[in-house]
Design a binder for this molecule. Sequence first.
Ligand code: NAG
Ligand code: NAG
Ligand code: NAG
Ligand code: NAG
Ligand code: NAG
Ligand code: NAG
Ligand code: NAG
Ligand code: NAG
Length: 743
Amino acid sequence: MVRICMITFFLLATQLHWSFTHGSSDTIRKAYIVYLGEAPRLRSNAVVHQHNLLSSVIKDESIAQQARIHSYTKSFNAFAANLLPDEVQKLKENENVVSVFPSRVRKLHTTRSWDYLRMPLSVKRNLKIESNIIVGVLDTGVYMGAPSFNDKGVGPPPSKWKGRCQVVGKFIGCNNKVIGATFYNNDPKFPQRKPSPLDVNGHGSHTSSTIAGATIAGASLYGLGKGTARGGVPSARIAMYKVCWPEGCSDIDILAGLDDAIDDGIDVLSISIGGESNGFFDNPIAIGAFHAMKKGIFTACSAGNSGPYVYTVQNTAPWIMTVGAASMDMEFRTPIKLGNGKENDGLSINTFTPNKKMYPLTSAAIAANSTLSPGSSPWYCDQGKLDQKKVNGKIVVCKEAANETYIKSLGGIGVLISVIGKIDTSFTAIIPEALIDSSFGNTTLTYVNSTKAPQAVIYKSKRVPNAAAPFVASFSSRGPAMLTSTILKPDIVAPGIDILAAYSKLASLTGSPDDNRFDVYNIISGTSMSCPHVAAAAAYVKSFHPDWSPSAIKSALMTTATEMKVKDGLAEFAYGAGQIDPTSALQPGLIYDLSTLDYIRFLCNEGYTGTNLKLFTEDNTNCSSVHKFGGYDSLNYPTLYYQYDDPNSTISAIYYRTVTNVGFRNSTYKATVTAPKNLTVTVVPNKLSFTQLHQKKSFKVTLKAPPQFLQIFQYTHQSASLEWSDGTHRVKSPILISLSQPR
Ligand SMILES: *[C@@H]1O[C@H](CO)[C@@H](O)[C@H](O)[C@H]1NC(C)=O
Ligand SMILES: *[C@@H]1O[C@H](CO)[C@@H](O)[C@H](O)[C@H]1NC(C)=O
Ligand SMILES: *[C@@H]1O[C@H](CO)[C@@H](O)[C@H](O)[C@H]1NC(C)=O
Ligand SMILES: *[C@@H]1O[C@H](CO)[C@@H](O)[C@H](O)[C@H]1NC(C)=O
Ligand SMILES: *[C@@H]1O[C@H](CO)[C@@H](O)[C@H](O)[C@H]1NC(C)=O
Ligand SMILES: *[C@@H]1O[C@H](CO)[C@@H](O)[C@H](O)[C@H]1NC(C)=O
Ligand SMILES: *[C@@H]1O[C@H](CO)[C@@H](O)[C@H](O)[C@H]1NC(C)=O
Ligand SMILES: *[C@@H]1O[C@H](CO)[C@@H](O)[C@H](O)[C@H]1NC(C)=O
């Protein structure tokens, strides 16, 4: 559906080309990243080593110098260079190289949301530690003029902070809330940028204020969504790494931002940028997050806005918390009235108040351009399809999609879009607009067809309760993951529909140059908006448990998540463990923890067996030296996933898990299993007794089901669950069984 593009800052990556000379494809140099693993002990040595490596494949010294783009040595060892295909091949064969991949340009993928998540203004906080937490955000920069970034009452930056603030161009500088702001502009493809950390897009201001924005009473978008705007951890600090520009976010810059962020002393990373690659080490986000994890930094990433289709989830490395988007319990509704008195509520974020009682109404079919070629449907109301004389001064009814800029350019004064199927997400348009369901759409079209001078009016939107919440947004990307068949992704969902947060006054509300509405707040939807909610929730949990590892925090958020009210047709492929419940995550009872070695074991299991695995493990670990794992998967993950190919095969899988007691010192947990007919889930032992805090206990889960188990449900997947409880804590793990599906 065309409409999703408006909010989907998160799309397919396109390949970046750059050449010294014009010529055939094997003489065109393209930007690549050469990843060499663990950060070097001595930076100067690393730069020499990187140069020698490059010189070993580019013999001419001046060409080798010219080919270099950037060197990464703080948090990991890598460099970017313009390379020819045969040079790429030679580097890939070099035993000191982990991976070589083309640099691509990726796309970017309040507030009541915190009250909705049971974190009211009065929620208990550990302010002393919260104010020491630094959240690094990779995004479009920050607009310091938004009230959300004022630092009233916030003390000086924590002493561990090593980062910078680049006061350049029109960027006015940092304060005690936004303690760091840097920009990354190394992509030779885009030399014409005005370098500064200033946010001219709005996206970065929105995501970072959702995490740690100040508490501002009376915030709204033109009166819509009125309430107190605030971040989830308003005392925490923001470090903005501007790696995204109008053209997108280059891998070269994402990696440079991460190289700095990990070294700067941050605690949590929030990355609302998309783009999966062929492997976990062909992707700057997965590489950066891996090194972040090793330093104890938690990483949340957006799952993508390509739902509701299977295999669309992105950022699926197990050391990343992958976040889908869900609804809140309120939504924006836009009342519509026809000339015949019929009324309906459409879906949109319409800031315009009508100044007439009624306006002339027409339909795309009636207003179609008479020169339209046969078979070319006018219903989508896209460019060239309509006749200006028939649109001027009117509201137009379109089907499925519309180009509002085009309709406005013809003098149209409103759009109603009739949509077949589920609609759950509102959009802001440059003229009054609303999505309507096809039933009211047909009512409207019948009225238009049968009336001489049809009329309608679209009122300003209002916020109303949404009893179906929480449900997963239709645009939110769904599992299973492309890169691994042993872990369930996404991990979790958080609010990502109609989020009110800070915005940049340098961008119009819709981003369109024809839009003259500018505000320090905006209401936007996307997994870009849900990801920072999870980053903030992680910071909140960390403020009470500063010694917990990123995977312990992740486990706490997952095992305490709220069940979805609407069970999406794709079940856990849509929402993972459920919707975050940050205050419950403070007391998870038990946690599924993971060490770096566990991730190495996972990589070995997934076939990353090359000798260069040792390059990013300090102690030269290799796959034959890590202890093999007997179970179906190799990770102590808080969810259990089983994927198989042959529907006629018997299901039989064993999972080993270890939990750590973080609840009461003396406690006994009992296992409860729910499973569909014909699936047997056995937990041994089914009782775990602890006498100490931080004590670990292991157990084994066996899944068994007869051939054609899924067919009896006429479904390609089935859900079950495991819950450990001591009477106080509930430690919940979804179990999902799925047949591989056509991709
Ligand atoms: C109809 O479409 C043609 C081709 O797209 C365009 O040149 C023409 O201006 C349109 N006519 C009107 C009345 O909009
Ligand atoms: C929408 O219409 C505007 C104005 O006619 C045009 O510039 C733009 O390219 C159109 N957008 C799309 C997606 O067709
Ligand atoms: C509206 O009409 C279209 C065809 O004109 C039809 O496909 C659709 O099902 C109708 N919607 C409802 C709710 O009746
Ligand atoms: C209204 O008229 C258009 C042609 O002008 C036709 O395509 C459409 O199906 C009609 N819709 C209804 C609901 O009568
Ligand atoms: C892997 O590790 C083992 C044990 O540490 C060692 O004996 C072996 O030589 C290593 N293999 C490689 C390929 O490095
Ligand atoms: C599964 O078994 C059924 C009946 O025994 C058979 O018709 C079908 O082809 C088998 N499917 C596969 C994928 O082997
Ligand atoms: C915990 O249990 C042990 C025996 O298992 C007992 O000695 C101890 O007093 C208990 N501690 C508390 C705090 O209940
Ligand atoms: C499922 O279990 C029922 C008994 O509960 C049994 O009758 C049926 O044959 C089983 N189905 C399959 C596919 O094994």
